[in-house]
Design a protein around this ligand. Structure first.
Ligand SMILES: Cc1cc2nc3c(=O)[nH]c(=O)nc-3n(C[C@H](O)[C@H](O)[C@H](O)COP(=O)(O)O)c2cc1C
Length: 221
């Protein structure tokens, strides 16, 4: 697969087969992602890859918290509301996702049920929880975004699907507790990954992008 193919083929997958990714492949993709650039090469990402019984226990705790309507406790504000054109794009992505799932816009219960799948990391066999140490901030967060896309492209090129999930950071204290981490570890997001289950309706969703000239300003004189 060429790099262009991997960039175009990567998409958010929200339904996985139970099969785990072989340990050697896991190590290979995370070793590759280490080559992401960062300010002054500080490499501020702190990924915790969770699989097997540990992931099952964490998944149960996150879903349990959501089902009990425990208040979210993210390390950064995350109310999910965007203004103007950003709202339009958000609505378009949601329309495509729920459309693929056959959930109508006014079907509140259906949308909620679909949303809750987030807390189960869509039943993926692996999830990586990505932390940043206090007092790092926006500058280091940009490094971590670059790392995450590098990782997801490395996964894609090996036929492994993924979904970055801000939702996996909504109960940060629970994740820290399960991984034995202190408060200085601030949870940014998680990425569910594994092999795609093509039978899951959500996986038929495709997002679009704004046109190049709407997105990018080219300056010369
Ligand atoms: C940092 C980050 C957080 C995200 N959080 C979620 C999430 O919580 N749940 C979800 O279903 N998708 C989540 N997504 C996936 C986006 O919805 C998706 O990337 C976007 O709609 C574009 O679609 P594509 O990834 O299929 O190209 C997240 C993506 C990023 C980069």
């Amino acid at each position: 697969m060429t790099l262009d193919d991997a960039i175009r083929r990567r998409r958010s997958v929200r339904g996985f087969l139970p099969a785990e990714v072989p340990e050697a492949t896991l190590r290979e993709v995370f070793a590759l992602a280490q080559w992401a650039p960062s300010n002054c090469n500080i490499q501020p990402w702190l990924p915790h890859v969770v699989s097997g019984a540990r992931l099952q226990a964490l998944r149960r705790a996150l879903v349990g918290a959501a089902q009990a309507s425990e208040p979210f406790a993210p390390d950064w504000p995350a109310d999910g509301s965007y203004p103007g054109v950003y709202r339009d794009r958000q609505v378009d992505a949601a329309r495509r996702l729920y459309g693929a799932m056959g959930v109508a816009r006014e079907d509140r219960a259906g949308r909620e049920a679909a949303y809750w799948r987030n807390h189960a990391a869509f039943d993926a066999p692996h999830a990586v929880f990505v932390f940043m140490l206090e007092p790092f901030d926006a500058r280091e967060a940009t490094d971590i975004g670059m790392w995450a896309q590098t990782l997801m492209l490395a996964l894609t090129s090996r036929g492994i699907a993924s979904c970055a999930q801000g939702a996996l950071a909504l109960y940060a204290p629970i994740v820290r507790r399960h991984l034995g981490l202190d408060e200085r570890h601030r949870l940014m997001f998680g990425i569910a990954f594994g092999y795609e289950d093509a039978a899951v309706a959500a996986n038929a969703a495709r997002t679009g992008r704004v046109a190049l000239d709407e997105a990018v300003r080219f300056h010369r004189d």
